[in-house]
Design a binder for this molecule. Structure first.
Ligand code: HEM
Length: 367
């Protein structure tokens, strides 16, 4: 199976898992640091980086069967024989890394701060924030799970696990991939950032960002879908909610999936695309030209306490200013027809440093 290189060959190249064509599965986990010094953080990031390089190459991170007697395995073993499976592990640094604990406040990425509260916030306890994030994406779910599990194991004594989401089924597409569907049955990822020019303009931080040049910000929201209510809604209304047709994904102003929506078109005297539809509110045309790179996954947690489907979207987006998300979500949270069917139950923001060169590790420029 395919292997993505972990180390960058040029300075300021991005980590994998951002522009990488979305793999089929994702395990996302956040951690709180329990270690006390910058040096210990440096050791953790260096050990994680070396391990991620091995994992992305399809190797174990140490012996599964210790040679001598009764030692515990360095690698837990469940990804043996599965190959690299296109694994990428993306490491993020939360605002807490730059608080008074480690003396790194002077290196805080300029726009890294907890997100302000927003109208749509329905956070459940334990599902917010984190000092570190790991996003493992792979075409085999067990390869993604193994990566996060073994990296969490490596962090024991340095960090505690905070929250995690198991994503299956990508809900975004790379430029050459067919658009997948979210759990509401609609194509998701049709209008997303694809060109180099848009990546440079909206995703990557430039040289002004100093040690973060070539990095980006990661905004993560765990968004529950009220699927039982959604499934009882008539399809014509579902289409009005998104502003697109369900099967082809075409905008309600006409054409095919990739036809540019016409937000001024009318049908029977009314706007063809409802002004309170998700796409009318989220489109860059309605937001001063601003775009974000969406790279989400569907998730399920089984059934809730009432026996209803507990599932939704692990929304992950990358952008060179988290305020782009905040402004968009403030607007969606106030007016989006989709709000009736969703709840934002988890949230976090991270700075994602550029990929390291060989011999270095993620975040080395911090120390
Ligand atoms: C577009 C679903 C949450 C931003 C879309 C589309 C769907 C969709 C089906 C149309 C297809 C496409 O262009 O990709 C959902 C669902 C969500 C959700 C089910 C929650 C469960 C969000 C959030 C944001 C967002 C939280 C950002 C704050 C966008 C943007 C577009 C979009 C920017 C492209 C609009 C355009 O340019 O036409 N979403 N979305 N979405 N969504 Fe969402």
């Amino acid at each position: 199976s395919r292997s993505h290189p972990f180390y960058a060959t040029t300075a300021g190249a991005p980590q994998g898992g951002i522009r990488t064509d979305p793999q089929r599965h994702c395990v996302f986990m956040t951690f709180d640091l329990t270690l006390g010094t910058a040096t210990e953080l440096q050791v953790l990031l260096a050990r994680w980086s070396a391990a991620i390089a091995q994992l992305q190459a399809g190797e174990t991170i140490g012996s599964v069967e210790p040679a001598h007697g009764d030692g515990v395995g360095a690698d837990t073993g469940e990804a043996l024989d599965l190959g690299p499976a296109s694994l990428t592990v993306t490491v993020g640094l939360g605002p807490g890394v730059f608080d008074e604990r480690f003396g790194l406040a002077g290196k805080r990425p300029a726009d890294l701060a907890e997100l302000p509260s927003l109208p749509s916030d329905r956070f459940e306890s334990g599902l917010t924030g984190g000092d570190l994030s790991l996003q493992a994406c792979a075409d085999d779910p067990q390869v993604a799970y193994h990566a996060v599990r073994d990296l969490a194991r490596m962090a024991r004594g340095s960090a505690t696990v905070k929250w995690t989401v198991l994503g299956f089924g990508r809900a975004s597409a790379g430029p050459t991939q067919a658009t997948p569907r979210n759990l509401m049955g609609f194509k998701d990822g049709t209008r997303n950032i694809t060109t180099d020019a848009d990546h440079d303009r909206f995703v990557w931080l430039d040289e002004d960002a100093d040690w973060m040049a070539g990095g980006t910000y990661q905004v993560v929201r765990k968004i529950r879908m009220n699927l039982e209510i959604w499934d009882a809604d008539v399809v014509s209304d579902q289409q009005r909610v998104f502003g697109r047709t369900k099967v082809s994904g075409a905008p309600l102003s006409g054409g095919q999936e990739h036809t540019t929506p016409d937000f001024h078109a009318t049908a029977h005297g009314a706007p063809a695309i409802d002004p309170r539809s998700h796409v009318a509110l989220a489109a860059h045309e309605a937001n001063g030209g601003v775009k974000i790179l969406r790279r989400g996954y569907n998730y399920t947690d089984g059934l809730n306490q009432y026996g209803q489907l507990d599932a939704g979207l692990l929304f992950v987006a990358y952008m060179n200013d988290p305020d782009h998300f905040t402004r968009l979500q403030r607007k969606l949270g106030a007016s989006d027809r989709l709000n009736e069917y969703i709840a934002h139950i988890g949230s976090a923001v991270f700075a994602v440093p550029p990929a390291p060169r060989k011999g270095s590790y993620i975040g080395e420029q911090l120390f």
